[in-house]
Design a binder for this molecule. Structure first.
Ligand SMILES: NC(=O)C1=CN([C@@H]2O[C@H](COP(=O)(O)OP(=O)(O)OC[C@H]3O[C@@H](n4cnc5c(N)ncnc54)[C@H](O)[C@@H]3O)[C@@H](O)[C@H]2O)C=CC1
Ligand SMILES: O=C(O)C(=O)Cc1ccc(O)cc1
Length: 312
């Protein structure tokens, strides 16, 4: 077999859902000689060791990044400053430092402040995941045929960007390069606000005095069921997303609320024409996503299998 090695040593900081999926995909494709894993949770670290998700396992991130050619932060974005400060003195010259965080602009600024000038910092974000957390729930196919967005700053070398892009492609993703601010605006409407809506609607249903909890569970076979999946997503991770993408989320939420008010009026006025016209437009959007090959028409059984079996 041809040598597939892309980086001699890779360090993953955080071996939860995303970190463990990257680890599995890297090992599957044999892309490194040495995969060093670090996690602050002793339980996650020992689970990862049992699952053989790397070659060495370290509670201390400094040990993991020692001599690493590529370091990827796979922790909630609120941890970045502390981790960045810890690992900065140990990073080797010429190393690439990246991450997988769902928010970019603010965390890029944070990390850039603390990382040494002799590393190439290239933020990343795989647009793929599930509502599960922890190393048990990762899987190597998570990134197959999904996008990964890289938001390199002007200082990053093109060669380093190309190397990181090649790694994401080797684990199944299609890579897009984007400016961090634009990324945050796009993701605010396509991911962050939808999660906020899901958290809110499930909370509202749970608060209703006239509907019992057992009814919420029993009759959640419709659209509400999809919301409960999203609303089961990791509380720490999503807290950090909203704390770090405030402006873009507020901007999109403002527009969303205006449009919702228009729908409220259409329902009150029995304006069937308006309702039908919007619902036709949105159905066409779903169809173009399917035509673009990014989604199948059937329920996503592969991901659902991983997402809906055993609980954390
Ligand atoms: N869950 C998802 O679907 C997606 C998540 N992301 C991003 O990936 C990152 C990780 O998310 P998940 O893997 O889902 O979360 P997770 O909760 O499954 O994993 C996070 C891991 O980081 C560890 N950790 C927390 N604080 C730490 C610290 N200070 N030092 C070292 N380890 C620490 C935790 O013990 C855990 O093992 C987040 O920044 C999130 O925004 C990106 C795309 C999709
Ligand atoms: O579970 C889902 O439906 C998701 O939306 C997963 C997800 C969560 C966060 C991201 O930054 C990217 C993807």
């Amino acid at each position: 077999m041809a040598d597939a090695i892309m980086f001699d040593r890779i360090a993953l900081i955080g071996i939860g859902l995303i970190g463990s999926s990257i680890a599995r995909a890297i090992l599957r494709a044999d892309l490194t000689r040495e995969l060093a894993i670090s996690d602050a949770s002793p339980q996650h670290l020992s689970e990862a060791e049992k699952l053989e998700l790397g070659h060495s396992f370290h509670h201390d991130p400094v040990e993991a990044v020692q001599d690493a050619d590529l370091v990827i932060l796979c922790t909630p974005v609120g941890t970045y400053r502390t981790i960045g400060e810890q690992i900065a003195p140990a990073l080797k010259a010429g190393a690439i430092v990246s991450d997988v965080g769902s928010v970019k602009e603010h965390v890029v600024d944070t990390l850039q402040d603390v990382l040494p000038a002799h590393v190439d910092f290239i933020p990343g974000h795989p647009i793929s995941g599930t509502e599960k957390s922890g190393p048990r729930h990762g899987f190597a196919e998570l990134f197959d045929n999904r996008f990964c967005i890289l938001t390199p700053t002007e200082d990053a070398s093109q060669q380093a960007v190309d190397r990181l892009k090649a790694l994401w492609e080797a684990i199944g993703s299609e890579v897009e390069i984007m400016d961090a601010k634009h990324h945050d605006l796009v993701l605010a409407i396509t991911s962050h606000v939808p999660h906020l809506i899901a958290y809110n609607i499930v909370g509202t249903a749970d608060d209703l005095e006239s509907v019992t909890k057992s009814e919420v569970i029993k009759f959640s076979a419709g659209g509400f069921r999809d919301f409960t999946r999203i609303a089961a997503s990791d509380p720490i991770m999503w807290r950090d997303v909203f704390l770090n993408n405030r402006d873009a989320v507020l901007e999109m939420l403002g527009r969303f609320l205006e449009d919702l008010s228009m729908l409220q009026r259409a329902v009150r006025d029995s304006d069937g024409e308006m309702l039908e016209s919007l619902f036709t437009r949105t159905r066409n959007i779903r169809r173009s996503i399917i035509d673009a090959g990014q989604e199948t028409d059937a329920p996503d059984f592969g991901r659902q299998h991983h997402a809906e079996t055993d609980s954390e």
